[in-house]
Write a protein that binds this ligand. Structure first.
Ligand code: THU
Length: 135
């Protein structure tokens, strides 16, 4: 699957955002190494802290279906679903990626005029990872 196809799925997921409080819609499409894709949107809550980001929604859907090997994720977001600049993953979502993904996991960030791609190593250097609990 191309990054453009994954981006299209992220945009579709963004439309399903539940974000009555912030008005920001965020979508993610997570590509597993077996070729399957799990999408996610942000799901907000009146208690605010119970909000789940789009990226984690996608990861938790995938892991709960038995997937643990991931190749890439596409992410987009913006106020009222209008994509302008990048909408980069928050620190908590990066840490969830760290749990399951290698340094070369690709993170495709959509903007109005294209896609910027980063690796997990670039977005979360010198990170705390599962191996730190086994050394
Ligand atoms: N949000 C995400 O879905 N992913 C991120 O990585 C950053 C933030 C959502 C949470 C909240 O619903 C809205 O964006 C504004 O913070």
């Amino acid at each position: 699957m191309s990054k453009e196809q994954l981006a299209t799925m992220a945009k579709e997921a963004m439309e399903r955002a539940y974000s009555p409080y912030s008005g920001y819609k965020v979508g993610a499409a997570l590509l597993c190494k077996d070729g399957s894709v799990y999408t996610g949107c942000n799901v907000e809550n009146a208690s605010f802290s119970a909000t789940n980001c789009a990226e984690r929604t996608a990861f938790f859907k995938a892991v709960s279906e038995g997937k643990k090997e991931f190749a890439a994720i596409a992410v987009c977001g913006g106020k009222d679903g209008v994509i302008e600049g990048l909408f980069p993953p928050c620190g908590v979502c990066r840490q969830v990626m760290r749990e399951f993904c290698a340094d070369d996991f690709e993170i495709h960030l959509l903007k109005s005029d294209g896609i910027e791609t980063y690796t997990l190593e670039q977005l979360l250097p010198v990170s705390f990872r599962p191996e730190n609990l086994h050394e």
